[in-house]
Design a protein. Structure first.
Ligand SMILES: [Cu+2]
Length: 144
């Protein structure tokens, strides 16, 4: 007669705690959220509430050809000046890789849309920068 065997199953060891969730590694930022890329939207406030990290992507969504996305430098951004060598996207769902740290400036190249607030400037940082910011450590970029 076969004896019953009872195998004691040890509970699986608890997995190690995950590292602190700094933030999802790569984020797609839908510019303007459900508003998309449009006239008379406050993109400055939209951008201020977000962290733009190296590796993220901006997605500009709009009805082509009503708008475009132009990338210029800071001075041309302030003047709504579309330079001859400016990068311009016009697909209606433009994906812009944030592949390095630094500032980026975008506006709509159609008509006077830039003057009508259709402009976005962002600062892209690495995850370490945001980590320090969250720790409350401020640092000065000047050499004074
Ligand atoms: Cu436009």
């Amino acid at each position: 007669m076969a004896s019953k065997q009872v195998l004691a199953v040890a509970p699986a060891p608890a997995p190690p705690p995950p590292p602190p969730p700094a933030r999802a590694a790569a984020t797609e930022h839908m510019v303007g959220d459900s508003n998309g890329w449009a006239l008379e939207f406050d993109y400055a406030t939209w951008a201020a509430a977000r962290q733009f990290m190296v590796g993220d992507t901006l997605v500009f969504k709009y009805k082509s050809p009503d708008h475009t996305v132009v990338e210029v430098g800071g001075a041309d951004f302030a003047a709504c000046n579309k330079t001859a060598n400016a990068k311009e996207w016009s697909s209606g769902e433009d994906r812009v890789a944030l592949d390095k740290e630094g500032r980026r400036w975008f506006f709509c190249g159609v008509g006077n849309h830039c003057l009508r607030n259709m402009k976005l400037k962002i600062a892209v940082h690495c995850s370490v920068w945001y980590m320090f910011m969250e720790m409350g450590i401020s640092f000065r970029m000047s050499f004074i």
